[in-house]
Design a protein around this ligand. Structure first.
Ligand code: SF4
Length: 233
């Protein structure tokens, strides 16, 4: 049974083209310094707690209004009860979207094999060389690459995305990400926001890239993907 740590009852932006709600799960195996979900990273037994029963009551209430559900974190793939929850969710007729850091290709494989997902967004924290700095831990790049391949071959809609932080990412990282993920469908660059409570307080209040710089980064990526976008500028 999953205990959710938050719910956004309606979102028009988290699930592309759909009216959705977003459910937040706690616990994460990464420590991205720019993470703004600090309260969800450490699986603490505090704060809001929403049971699965409450979630399904909410789905009933919103029947006919919601198209889908986004599952985000924290890192949702760490929870072994995720497939069972998604199966019950899909049985209600709702579409499902997963946000992941790609650290568990094992869980992604199960979810794809059981047809439990309609959309996946995977964070690409940085270039291979810069991954550790951006993820805040020594991430297993073999697993990240396995997840990338699984997502690209899944047959479902997906996007890869990177939040760019001046103190963490360089133009060279952007170019290397393009070369690495070349041939993928959609790639989004996300603007960093330092005005909120971040995992690494030293990043608090530091500047983000200008809108022009973000657009230039998008231009660098254009040859590598079918679609490139910038969010948050
Ligand atoms: S931004 Fe990083 S630390 Fe925060 S939830 Fe996502 S993967 Fe975990």
């Amino acid at each position: 049974m999953i205990i959710f740590k938050g719910i956004q009852k309606t979102t028009l932006i988290d699930f592309p083209g759909k009216v959705a709600c977003t459910l937040f799960m706690s616990g994460c195996n990464f420590r991205c310094p720019f993470c703004y979900n600090k309260h969800l990273v450490f699986d603490e037994d505090t704060g809001v707690k929403i049971t699965e029963a409450e979630v399904f009551d909410f789905f009933k209430e919103r029947k006919g209004f919601l198209d889908g559900v986004c599952i985000t974190g924290g890192e949702p793939t760490l929870n072994k009860d995720l497939p069972a929850f998604l199966k019950k969710t899909k049985a209600t007729g709702l579409l499902t979207k997963l946000d992941t850091n790609g650290s568990s290709p094992e869980m992604l494989k199960i979810l794809f094999e059981k047809n439990l997902l309609d959309f996946v967004s995977m964070d690409i924290k940085s270039s291979k060389k810069g991954y550790e700095k951006a993820a805040g831990i020594k991430a297993d790049l073999k697993k990240i690459e396995e997840s990338i391949a699984l997502i690209k071959n899944s047959g479902i809609d997906y996007e890869f995305r990177t939040t760019l932080v001046p103190k963490i990412h360089s133009e060279q990282d952007v170019l290397e990400i393009g070369k690495w993920l070349k041939g993928s469908k959609s790639f989004f660059l996300q603007q960093f926001n330092s005005e909120i409570d971040l995992l690494d307080s030293k990043l608090q209040g530091t500047s983000s890239f200008s809108a022009k710089k973000m657009q230039n980064f998008a231009k660098i990526l254009t040859p590598f993907f079918d679609k490139v976008g910038v969010r948050g500028i």
